[in-house]
Design a protein. Structure first.
Length: 156
């Protein structure tokens, strides 16, 4: 399985089983994630047998919608519920990527999820290797899923 397929399948699985919501797309995003219209990024770092990062970039309305799906209630603004829910979304997706890497013989540890919000920010990493970004669509709008993996993980 390639990593784009892993991200696509994992995102769909999370939406179907955990959020009970529809998601469409999964099309490659060929530009920088900084060019995606986003107000929030949730991310989980990976260390051990390889280094990497799983990130979810989304506009505010998508973060609120995903949180509402997860909690089963309307969410009107950013707060701890949104940060926790979006961090958990990134954590679940990172767990799926970790399982794929483990199947390739790589031991990987996941960091605690982090969430960044604001009108203008960038997420930089020193990872050199594979970078996969896919754009999905929900009833609340689009979001971007990104995976960065160091070169040695790609060859494994």
């Amino acid at each position: 399985m390639d990593f784009a397929q892993c991200l696509s399948d994992g995102t769909r699985e999370i939406f179907t089983t955990m959020l009970m919501a529809d998601v469409a797309g999964g099309n490659p995003w060929d530009r920088s994630p900084e060019e995606f219209d986003r107000d929030l990024t949730s991310m989980v770092g990976m260390a051990g047998g390889c280094r990497g990062l799983v990130a979810i970039h989304c506009p505010k309305q998508v973060a609120l919608g995903v949180t509402g799906f997860l909690l089963g209630m309307d969410v009107e603004d950013f707060g701890e519920d949104v940060f926790d829910a979006m961090g958990e979304f990134a954590n679940m997706l990172a767990g799926i990527v970790k399982a794929e890497l483990s199947a390739r013989g790589l031991e990987v540890s996941l960091a605690i999820p982090s969430v960044v919000t604001g009108p203008d920010y960038s997420v930089d990493s020193s990872i050199e290797g594979e970078n996969v970004a896919l754009c999905f669509e929900t009833d609340h709008g689009p979001f971007l899923v990104e995976l960065q993996l160091e070169g040695s993980a790609v060859a494994a």
